[in-house]
Design a protein around this ligand. Sequence first.
Ligand code: AMP
Ligand code: ZN
Length: 134
Amino acid sequence: MRDENCIFCKLANGDIPTATLYEDEDFRVILDANPASKGHALIIPKEHYANLYELDETLAGKAMVLAKKMVTKLTDVLGCDGYNLVQNNGECAGQTVFHFHLHMIPRYKDDGVGLGWKLNELTDEDREDILSRI
Ligand code: AMP
Ligand code: ZN
């Protein structure tokens, strides 16, 4: 299913031209319009799924296999030193476009890209609470 009000549906299906690195029957891989670093790209399914919760399981697997192939190729092409895969779900997690996408962010030594978070201590209470409910 596609959502006619969704910009990523339009981009993924070629209704709006975009810088495409790769395309197959399930996905389009494009350069992010506001890159965190040179080569920042997005894997976008052609069908509309708002987020990881909704994403078809087979496509979820295919997206990770594709990420592995793209990251391997792009590391060679860009000459970067590492990669972050980032995938946001929900506004509180930083999602701004509500059509599933997987960020592939090349990392260069000392690039200053900020993806960090404050490291907290795992408390006994949280550990026991989570393990007892999973
Ligand atoms: P997120 O915050 O995880 O939802 O990521 C949305 C990403 O989509 C951001 O990195 C935006 O820069 C990117 N983006 C939004 N519109 C476009 C567009 N028209 N073409 C390429 N990237 C886009
Ligand atoms: Zn969509």
